[in-house]
Write a protein that binds this ligand. Structure first.
Ligand code: CAA
Length: 259
């Protein structure tokens, strides 16, 4: 898709595969990496031939958090002026196409928060999630206290955020923040397979669907139900709705045109 220093952004058919690429520091998420991710996401969002994104790391680490060496000597005025954790860091949460996090190894701090910005979290059996910020004298700052709490509830989130302890893939799945667990060797192939399944369906309908689900986390039940209804109504303005329902009635597979 484009050459970067800290991430690899590849095209695999309709799938964009983004791999964090700072293996020596367990993919610590430095500001330059976040800026590259922001650029890559804008390119992918604008490219009609790409409909789903998979974000991954390596076998040892999805990402072990924000880059501590970069932050250690920051003053309040520095982090406030740069608005660390602000819109640039939240770009993945505001990405409009389906996003899958494929997590192996450590997803800690900002790494866990980046995974939580995705629509689906696929975990390898060696995945470890946690918000260890309290152990280094700070708190989650890229959405962890909010998205983790919405994902797993107050009491489990407090357990993680107040102790900094790590949970394995099974505990994370039980808690509701992992969609599926797969063997480590199958992680990226399974993530691509899942992405291809989504990409084989209608891209505009998938965008409507993920926006509807996100409404559940953003607003009240009555506002969310209204948003869902309007998005459902909007699906009837697409060719893919006509095609999908006609194909069902004609007992043939649908040929979605992504329109
Ligand atoms: N930032 C910068 N460097 C990091 C890093 C991070 N978050 N995590 C790991 N590294 C570096 C280590 O300093 C080490 O570098 P050197 O080889 O130069 O010493 C290298 O990666 C390998 O790490 P370890 O030797 O520590 O590996 P390990 O297997 O013994 O331990 C670990 C793995 C438990 C994940 C440990 O590295 C660790 O605790 N990392 C920090 C986790 C953390 O606190 N993350 C939260 C960051 S703050 C944050 O994310 C704020 C926010 O809300 C956005």
């Amino acid at each position: 898709i484009q050459d970067f220093n800290h991430i690899i952004a590849e095209r695999q058919g309709a799938i964009a595969l983004i791999t964090f690429n700072r293996p020596k520091v367990l993919n610590a998420l430095c500001t330059a990496l976040i800026a590259e991710l922001e650029t890559a996401l804008a390119l992918i969002e604008a490219d009609d031939s790409l409909s789903v994104i998979v974000v991954t790391g390596n076998e040892k680490a999805f990402a072990a958090g924000a880059d501590i060496t970069e932050m250690a000597n920051s003053l309040f005025t520095d982090v406030f002026a740069a608005d660390i954790g602000g819109p640039r860091w939240q770009r993945l949460a505001n990405f409009r196409k389906p996003a899958i996090a494929a997590v192996a190894g450590y997803a800690l701090g900002g790494g866990c928060e980046i995974a939580l910005m995705c629509d689906i979290i696929l975990a390898a059996d060696n995945a470890k999630f946690g918000q260890p910020e309290i152990t280094i004298g700070t708190i989650p700052g890229w959405g962890g206290s909010q998205r983790l709490t919405r994902a797993i509830g107050k009491y489990k989130a407090m357990d993680l955020i107040l102790t900094g302890r790590q949970i394995n893939a099974e505990e994370a799945e039980r808690a509701g923040m992992v969609s599926r667990i797969v063997p480590l060797a199958d992680l990226v192939p399974e993530a691509l397979k899942l992405a291809e399944k989504i990409a084989s369906l209608s891209a505009p309908i998938a965008m409507l669907a993920r926006e509807a689900v996100d409404s559940a986390l953003e607003t009240t039940l009555s506002e969310g139900l209204k948003a869902e209804r309007r998005l459902f109504h909007a699906s009837f303005a697409t060719q893919d709705q006509k095609e999908g329902m006609a194909a069902f009635l004609e007992k043939r597979p649908p040929a979605f045109q992504n329109k």
